[in-house]
Write a protein of this length. Sequence first.
Length: 215
Amino acid sequence: MKEKMAMRVMLAAVMISLAGIVIMNGNAQAAVGITGSAHDFSSKTWNPSGEICRVCHTPHDANTSVTGAPLWNHAVTTANFTLYSSSTLNATMAQPGGPSKLCLSCHDGTVAIDNFGGRTTGTKFIWGNYLIGTDLSNDHPISFTYDAALATADDGLYNPTTQTSGLGGTINSDMLIDDKVECSSCHDVHNGSGVADLLVKSNGASALCLTCHNK
Ligand code: HEC
Ligand code: HEC
Ligand code: HEC
Ligand code: HEC
């Protein structure tokens, strides 16, 4: 009898602590993967398909206007962007390249989010903090080559071809697309690591920044 009681008390304690973990994670992005993430639009009224991938991808009839785009299904931005510049910047800036253009096709605010699957009459535009805009002069630079030569020119950067990223390989293999820094160097559009703000890794104690910057 006593044993049974003790067992019940233990079980109750386990359940309370489990509930505690769930509550603790309530505000953080606990789950890994796109389902339930900021990019899961399956329950939005403007996405009657109820599908997750369709807003950005399609198995057929994809938009091929951006070279290398993965079976793209969303209307693509044609904006001209104001680029980042500074007196200490060593890298050469250019208009956003393919991979970042895909993000900016919702985040620059010029293309409606619900313009996908050939639709051009969408009315839902990105809002608030999610709006990056077409002025990139106040954003971390993107779409530029980050190679060993840049690391030599700027002695505050690690050599991306030899420095490990903490994600399994080098900065180059894990974070750069065709040797370039893009939005996806810092973000995982599919929430693959489950870190808040769709980051590729935690930026606690600036760990993300310190992956590339030797400060
Ligand atoms: C909000 C837009 C968006 C949604 C929704 C989305 N993707 Fe993607 N996906 C992208 C972008 C942008 C890329 C280009 C590569 C990158 O930047 O990570 C990509 C790349 C890919 C790739 C090729 C590269 C890789 O990561 O393997 C595959 C496969 C893919 N997505 C599958 C999916 C599937 C399956 C779904 C639904 C479960 C999905 N995506 C939902 C935006 C999206
Ligand atoms: C189909 C339009 C679309 C595309 C394409 C898209 N996004 Fe988003 N993104 C959104 C919307 C809408 C939100 C806000 C969702 C919400 O929280 O309600 C968002 C939110 C985010 C957030 C905030 C996440 C959070 O948890 O607060 C980040 C970071 C982000 N997107 C980065 C990207 C990057 C990087 C790419 C390209 C690789 C991309 N997005 C492509 C529509 C898009
Ligand atoms: C060098 C790393 C880096 C790059 C490159 C980068 N971001 Fe971010 N982004 C971050 C970090 C870190 C955050 C977390 C919030 C913060 O610190 O502002 C963030 C936050 C965001 C948010 C959420 C804003 C909010 O206040 O909730 C969006 C949306 C976003 N980024 C989109 C993009 C898009 C689109 C691109 C490419 C044009 C991009 N990011 C490029 C590091 C980066
Ligand atoms: C994937 C690698 C990478 C990550 C992650 C990264 N950066 Fe950078 N960042 C670079 C490179 C490369 C440059 C270009 C430096 C140059 O050419 O002088 C740069 C440029 C900058 C600049 C402008 C330097 C100048 O001279 O104008 C600042 C500031 C900066 N990063 C801060 C950050 C912060 C803060 C974070 C974290 C939120 C971060 N970076 C994350 C690679 C990265």
